[in-house]
Design a protein around this ligand. Structure first.
Ligand code: DP6
Length: 343
């Protein structure tokens, strides 16, 4: 049995920050599915004598990687109940990213969704089912969530929403739901300013944990629900101004929550703040709809419609590239989601 899938990273607009139980989100979130930043994963499953544990070997970018292998055994042991076939097979997993490992880009969303898709595909083959359709993607999204929360949103084209939301039919805490925005967002750009490629001082998983004692947590979860309701309308109508306001509020709230955690911490750098000020000044002076968001790190994601790509490219050269480590900017776009690689 074997399966190969590629799956993209995603960038959240309303952020998932805080979780409980078995990888359940404290609030609903939504993201753009990206296209350039991708992971390609191949899994070969060979029958073995039934075992209680997961048995696998892992090769990353052509090299055996013992540290990732250990982490994967732990993660996949947590989904044996959902994918019981793993007790009867040894898995040879190999994986590579389209973006450099040390570029400061989160890879858990693309890597965990690509792996989940391969495993769900092998399970479907064993059951004689086709690895396609709504039920298949929903299961793959569910497994992705259990491996890394935000990964569940990567499997769908354009946008994925995750978490129960009153105004979104079919929404669930267990898996993401596809969301089709207004056409203007389908060709949106996401240029990532690599302010720093260093490893984060506090992981996202630890950050989620710190939300438990955060005095602003309850107000934050309510705000995220309000933001999502407003954003869904703006995304449907193509209302860029409301989109930008909510998206930037979310980015700064995420970092404010880190600063208000105990212990407090800061993932933004001086260059992140300077870039934010320059983007806002550019918008004020030109009236062009250029907005930013931040992940749990210092790098700024520039979000804008394709119609202003030339102006933004010029602005990056004159004002923003100097703020980036080694002048690095990674250009990405909203994309079509995960896909099976036929061999
Ligand atoms: C800031 O999905 O990386 O990117 O579930 O612990 O693996 P785990 O966390 P992760 O958290 C991502 C947080 C975020 C916001 C988001 O993508 O919604």
């Amino acid at each position: 049995m074997k399966s190969s899938w590629q799956s993209p990273s995603n960038i959240a607009l309303v952020k998932y920050w805080g979780k409980h139980g078995r990888q359940l989100p404290r609030n609903p979130s939504i993201s753009f599915t990206l296209s350039q930043a991708r992971t390609e994963t191949h899994v070969v499953a060979n029958a073995r004598e039934r075992g209680e544990n997961v048995a696998l070997s892992f090769v990353f970018e052509g090299q055996p990687n013992a540290a990732f292998e250990k982490k994967l055994i732990k993660l996949l042991s947590g989904v044996l109940e959902e994918l019981p076939f793993m007790r009867d097979f040894h898995l040879s997993i190999s994986s590579s990213n389209s973006f450099p490992h040390s570029a400061g880009i989160a890879s858990s969303a693309s890597s965990m969704s690509a792996l989940a898709l391969c495993l769900c595909d092998i399970e479907a083959q064993l059951m004689g089912n086709a690895a396609e359709g709504e039920a298949f993607l929903q299961k793959a999204s569910n497994i992705s969530r259990l491996l890394s929360g935000s990964a569940c949103r990567s499997v769908y084209p354009w946008m994925g929403e995750w978490g129960v939301c009153g105004t979104m039919e079919g929404s669930s805490d267990l898996h993401a739901t596809p969301f089709v925005p207004h056409d203007i967002f389908k060709s949106f750009h996401d240029d990532i300013l690599i302010i720093s490629a260093s490893e984060k001082s506090v992981s996202s998983t630890a950050g989620h944990g710190l939300m438990e004692g955060n005095p602003y947590a309850e107000a934050r979860y309510q705000q995220a629900n309000r933001h999502l309701d407003g954003l869904l309308v703006a995304l449907k109508e193509g209302d860029l101004e409301t989109f930008g306001r909510i998206t930037e509020d979310e980015a700064l709230t995420l970092h404010a929550l880190m600063m208000a955690s105990s212990p407090s911490y800061i993932l933004m750098e001086a260059g992140s703040l300077e870039a934010i000020q320059r983007v806002r000044k550019f918008r004020q002076e030109t009236g062009l709809p250029l907005y930013f968001t931040l992940d749990a790190g210092p790098n700024l994601h520039l979000l804008y419609p394709d119609s202003i790509a030339a102006e933004v490219a010029a602005f990056i050269e004159t004002d923003l590239r100097v703020l980036c480590e080694k002048g690095r900017v990674i250009k990405d776009f909203v994309g079509l989601g995960a896909g099976k690689i036929e061999e």
